[in-house]
Ligand binder design. Structure first.
Ligand SMILES: [Zn+2]
Length: 142
């Protein structure tokens, strides 16, 4: 392993540690220069993306650090569930219905800690899904 200090495509320099063969390291360094973002710009970009995807969702409560982390978990969980639902064998109406219910349940959970405690996508879905099904039955979607 070796330390390098490439200039990323955003124009900033940052230290990186690379492993592996010389050829692979060169390829990676070239990618950093041409397409890569330094860790700080990467973090800013991620935060902006999460903020965009969180549009329409209520703000989370907690410390700054918790809120930032939880917001990322929340958008990941929502896109995971959207994917799952869209590949399910149901009518479009049913799919829209359960997605809507799931989003409502997500909106009712505004404590950052809840998302962090249940940060595994599969876990969150397992926790919320029985409730989604119950509400779907009430609304006669199933
Ligand atoms: Zn940068």
């Amino acid at each position: 392993m070796a330390k390098y200090c490439p200039t990323f495509s955003c124009g900033h320099e940052a230290e990186v540690v690379l492993f592996g063969r010389e050829k692979d390291r060169d390829r990676k360094l070239r990618w950093y220069r041409e397409n890569g973002l330094c860790p700080e710009c990467y973090r800013v970009k991620q935060t902006a993306e999460v903020a965009l995807k969180s549009e329409g969702l209520p703000p989370l409560t907690g410390t700054d650090k918790q809120v930032q982390w939880a917001a990322k978990i929340r958008v990941d969980v929502i896109s995971y569930v959207r994917n799952k639902v869209s590949s399910a064998n149901n009518t479009e109406e049913q799919k829209d219905g359960v997605t809507q219910i799931f989003l409502e349940l997500c909106q009712s959970r505004t404590e950052a800690k809840w998302w962090i405690d249940n940060r595994d996508e599969y876990n969150t879905m397992k926790l919320l899904w029985p409730e989604v099904i119950r509400i779907a039955k009430e609304r006669q979607l199933t």
